[in-house]
Design a protein around this ligand. Structure first.
Ligand SMILES: Cc1cc2nc3c(=O)[nH]c(=O)nc-3n(C[C@H](O)[C@H](O)[C@H](O)COP(=O)(O)OP(=O)(O)OC[C@H]3O[C@@H](n4cnc5c(N)ncnc54)[C@H](O)[C@@H]3O)c2cc1C
Length: 524
């Protein structure tokens, strides 16, 4: 290990610059916290597009960092262009059935979210986030480097980083985030284990150029071909003849020639007519796994290092961003001195619940796509709707039951009262603050502070509000106050836009406990 970097100390080291790592660094930067991100991949590869669904919730979180517009500008497909998912025997035939307004692409128009979802390939999002991080001046991206190991002490974490030339150096940090994906070195170093199962066969993804491919059912985001021996899904990456293809169960064996043959069968036309050019193939195995432990005192697993789910439904990358925001603001609060000891511990409690619920939905979606898949319109509608309409899951998840969320007497519901498919806005503690517009193009979210925000109902008792603000100041909790014109309760909203407490009597809000503080024990 060289000595030159020995004394480098940074508040947070992030291992991995996939969606989880980039989002974690973005959230930390949003709170003015520096981080060092180590990532072996120097460049983002557009030939492995992987996630294409950026959910309405992720777009809201991107809006919070000021990058939603940049993501939309970089995306070749606008959310208005197309909102269909089509099922067909082959691409040469008409639709057996279709789903409309899929993936939350009209969530903002429908008044449910401040941002609609966006179809955009993961590498495009990663590039926008890399650029955003550079512009903050707060995150240092060390590309071509990887974390080899770490040791955790009560006062910090010492990381061993390997450069591209094989030399190593040491980085000291207050905290380490393991955003290093399914094969996480951080998880291994923590002694945690992924538990769950994998599908028996790998699927094969491909990126192709096929300008001659014109599905008979018309333009759609996904064309699910269910009438061939090897089923598949085909979708546009742009409007210029570049497509992604996913072929079921053949990832272990298919070479490029076989991929062309199978794609031609999906198309229902001879390969020569289509002029297919396979740009890449990428085998992947659906996995359903959760780490048995997500955190030690100063080390946290974020994203696929903690949970891996089949991508059906398009939640994988989005849950990674949700994890990153959750741990990011809490680390910022700890580093800024206003977090009590329970706040960091609440990360695993809150996000494990979301991961379990998401995994259960993804597994149902996977089953509905297997050998027993539906091929008739009614059965497809019955078994696949949850995959394309999941705003309840995306917007409705709740952190009720967390030690830093006020406990109301009603039964706790991690679904916040929403089913997977339909979102029901609620101000129950734990839920995401329901979105409202406060002016043309201006969302209530845009007025929230970076710390805690108190939303006051009209006519709130000024003395009670002043007393609450005094308590926040005494605890060092940054507090923004906003009038909530349509509210009847006070709402205390966290930096991640989730409601920590609601009520008429502000004196009853135990702010210290809601920030993970020791008052909690005093009240038990
Ligand atoms: C075919 C397919 C389709 C998908 N479709 C969707 C979709 O539509 N919607 C959706 O939400 N999700 C989808 N996903 C899931 C999504 O791609 C993943 O959930 C997401 O990439 C996980 O992000 P991550 O940052 O946790 O991990 P990764 O993306 O795996 O990133 C981990 C990073 O860590 C780096 N790394 C590894 N080891 C080290 C180390 N020792 N030190 C430092 N860095 C290290 C890696 O180079 C990598 O960049 C899909 C996945 C697949 C396979």
């Amino acid at each position: 290990m060289t000595r030159a970097d020995h004394d480098i100390r940074t508040p947070v080291v992030i291992a991995g610059a996939g969606p989880a790592g980039l989002a974690a660094a973005s959230e930390l930067a949003h709170h003015g916290i520096r981080s060092v991100v180590v990532e072996p991949r120097r460049h983002v590869s557009h030939l492995r597009p992987r996630a294409k669904t950026t959910s309405a919730r992720t777009m809201e979180l991107f809006r919070r960092w000021g990058v939603a517009d940049a993501v939309r500008a970089a995306a070749p497909l606008s959310p208005r262009w197309n909102r269909r998912v089509v099922f067909c025997e082959t691409l040469a035939g008409g639709a057996i059935t279709e789903f409309r307004d899929v993936f939350g692409l009209s969530a903002a128009e429908d008044g449910l979210a401040a941002e609609s979802g966006q179809q955009v390939a993961q590498p495009v999002v990663e590039e926008v986030l890399r650029e955003h991080l550079r512009s903050t001046g707060l995150a240092e991206l060390r590309l071509g480097e990887r974390l080899r190991g770490f040791t955790e002490q009560p006062a910090g974490v010492t990381c061993e980083v390997v450069r591209a030339d094989g030399s190593t150096y040491r980085l000291d940090a207050d905290y380490l985030l393991g955003c290093d994906g399914g094969r996480s070195a951080v998880r291994d170093g923590m002694g945690a284990v992924l538990r769950g199962s994998s599908a028996p066969d790998a699927n094969l993804n491909a990126v192709i150029r096929a300008p001659g491919l014109r599905p008979a059912a018309g333009a759609a985001l996904h064309h699910w071909v269910v009438g061939t021996d090897v089923p598949g899904v085909v979708g546009p990456l742009d409007r210029d003849g570049t497509w992604w293809v996913s072929l079921g169960g053949v990832g272990g064996s298919a070479d490029t020639g076989r991929a062309v043959e199978l794609i031609a069968r999906l198309a229902g036309r001879p390969a020569v007519e289509l002029g297919i050019d396979v740009l890449s193939t990428d085998p992947w195995t659906p996995r359903m796994m959760l780490a048995d432990r997500w955190a030690t005192g100063r080390v946290f697993l974020v994203g696929e290092s903690a949970h891996v789910n089949p991508p059906l439904g398009g939640h994988g990358f989005n849950t990674c961003v949700g994890d990153a925001v959750n741990i990011g603001w809490k680390l910022a609060a700890a580093l800024q001195g206003w977090a009590g000891p329970e706040l960091l511990a609440s990360y695993e409690v809150e996000r494990r619940g979301v991961a379990e619920r998401t995994l259960a939905s993804a597994v149902r979606n996977l089953r509905a796509s297997g050998p027993e898949r539906a091929t008739t319109a009614d059965r497809i509608q019955e078994t696949k709707a949850e995959e394309f309409h999941s705003l309840g899951l995306v917007l409705g998840y709740s952190y009720a039951g967390s030690p830093v969320i006020a406990d109301e007497d009603e039964p706790r519901r991690l679904d916040g009262g929403s089913s997977v498919q339909s979102y029901v806005p609620t101000t129950r503690p734990g839920a995401r603050l329901p979105h409202t517009w406060t002016g043309p193009g201006r969302a209530l979210y845009d007025d929230l502070g970076r710390g805690m925000t108190l939303l006051r109902p009209p006519g709130a008792d000024a003395a009670a509000v002043a007393a609450f603000a005094g308590r926040a100041a005494a605890l060092g909790v940054p507090l923004t106050q906003v009038e909530h014109p349509t509210g009847t309760d006070h709402l205390l909203v966290r930096p991640d836009q989730h409601i920590a407490w609601r009520g008429r009597d502000l004196a009853a809000a135990d702010l210290g406990r809601l920030c993970g503080g020791p008052q909690r024990t005093a009240h038990r």
